[in-house]
Design a protein around this ligand. Sequence first.
Ligand code: AMP
Length: 479
Amino acid sequence: MSGCEFTLEELRHDKPREECGVVGVFNHPEAANLAYLSLYAQQHRGQEGAGIVSYNAEDDEFHTIKGQGLVPDIFSHAKLQKLPGNFAIGHNRYSTAGGAGLKNVQPLVAKSALGTIAMAHNGNLTNADLLREQLEEQGAIFQSSIDSEVLLHLIARSREKSFPRRIIDAIAQVKGGFSLIFLTEDSLVGVRDPHGFRPLSLGRFLDGGYVLASETCAFDLIGAEFERDIRPGEMVVINGSEVSSCMPFQIHEGAFCIFEYVYFSRVDSKIGGNTVWTVRKNQGRFLARETPVEADVVIPVPDSGVATAMGFAEESGIPYEMGLIRNHYVGRTFIEPQSSIRHFGVKIKLNPVREVIEGKRVVVVDDSIVRGTTSRKIVEMIRRAGAREVHMRIGSPKIISPCFYGIDTPTREELIGSSNNVEEIRQHLTADTLGYLSEEGLLAASPKLGGYCTACFSGNYPVNVVFDKPEQGGLFQGG
Ligand code: AMP
């Protein structure tokens, strides 16, 4: 890999990444309202912007409303009324530096010779740069800087005679992690990439309509029944009252993002038949077995560490308490990337409960350490609240490599785990002890789903990342 790494990190920095939530509602008189509620339930998947596109057969128009910020701040009652029709798709966006701005908020809508198509994408296309360059050379004009837009160009250029066939044609040319929802004038289409990096589930309304969403917590809010997960490499086309399914892509080894179970998905969502809460608690149990410690109290870093800490407490027999309280009204603005603001953010977000901590040997449990900034502040905070000892326990292995398939992780240099061993990280955090769950432990604690992507912990990337320029080496094969 020598000589390639620099370019790879540049690639990470420059491109807006799509760590997002998607939804599609088909054949329901309140399609836009339900899309709104689904985005609201999936707010944790992206807080920087959101959009809904509806299709109204009566005026034969696609209607779009997008904005920056949180879902309830973007969509007022009056705005939702401007999204008529029985079909709607929506998207929550989580971008990073360089990727913000309204032009990058999805869903994207394009007119083609076959009609109009709208698209919402969760994931990351690893060969998008190369495809974009080729398309631009051929005269294509892009509206946004997001990788997803290449798909719309590929669909528009396809010679196939129907949208589903064009979608297959386009997707066959892209690589990476993607769960996609498309809306046309008569169909809702859902696709999961052949590795199945990102989740996508199908739900049904009792009165006949259908819904696709990144996470099942959206179904619970809108009263839809969970039908099933979309399979890796599967495309479903919902048309009228029919759901047809096909497996048009070459199937690869399963690589579901294990970080969805560790951190990203909401704990009440069900993935692969397993509720995230149960899986995460199990990760905590394994963590307690692998990294035992004598202590008086187990406390979570709320909210991300709650399930893991409960599992740890149950397994170890150490009492569980809420020793840190989170202010839920702090927006993501306070954890924006600049480090000066991040430091401030931890204090604004979390406050210790002195009675729980004072004079105690405290185990503090979180799901992951990324830069180490938050954990260090938390250890300091717990000590200042009078803890006798602070033992940090993490429900996943050391994060050593960036994600290229749709989770926002910083560059390799910013990941504290990439260049420091556990003892060095412990010193940085100023904890008495530090324990991570091993990769074997994480896999053993998680459901047997047919293969996981663990690239952020192992550096083994299941799908190549393509450089901008072939002369720079063409392909990056991690590991
Ligand atoms: P830090 O180590 O200071 O960068 O932050 C670690 C915290 O960030 C942990 O509490 C995690 O729950 C949380 N975290 C992990 N991954 C992400 C992510 N992709 N985006 C935002 N927060 C994350």
